[in-house]
Design a protein. Structure first.
Length: 96
């Protein structure tokens, strides 16, 4: 008898989340702090309001500067607060 194999999509292999934000701090070694802003609608009044969150991301080569627009991707926890990796630097900040 021929065995039939179930071909189901692998639910554990999900696509990692990525977000875009602005670097607000690069003082730590191999770590940057990113401010991510999003717009949400108020549940009762319907007004569009801005919400923000700060993320710590791993910057292996210490190549980001304050003010850069970057894209980070979610990864395994690297420390207590750091679970994002730098994917790309989208826009470099102007040097003053």
């Amino acid at each position: 008898m021929a065995e039939q194999q179930a071909t189901q999509p692998d639910s554990s292999a999900s696509v990692a989340r990525s977000v875009t934000g602005t670097v607000v701090s690069n003082r730590m070694d191999k770590t940057i702090t990113i401010l991510v802003e999003r717009k949400v609608q108020h549940p009762v009044y319907g007004k569009i309001i801005r919400r923000s969150s700060k993320l710590h991301a791993h910057d292996e080569k210490n190549e980001c500067n304050t003010g850069d627009q970057v894209t980070v991707v979610e990864c395994r926890p690297l420390s207590k607060t750091k679970s994002w990796k730098l994917l790309s630097i989208d826009v470099r900040a102007r040097e003053v």
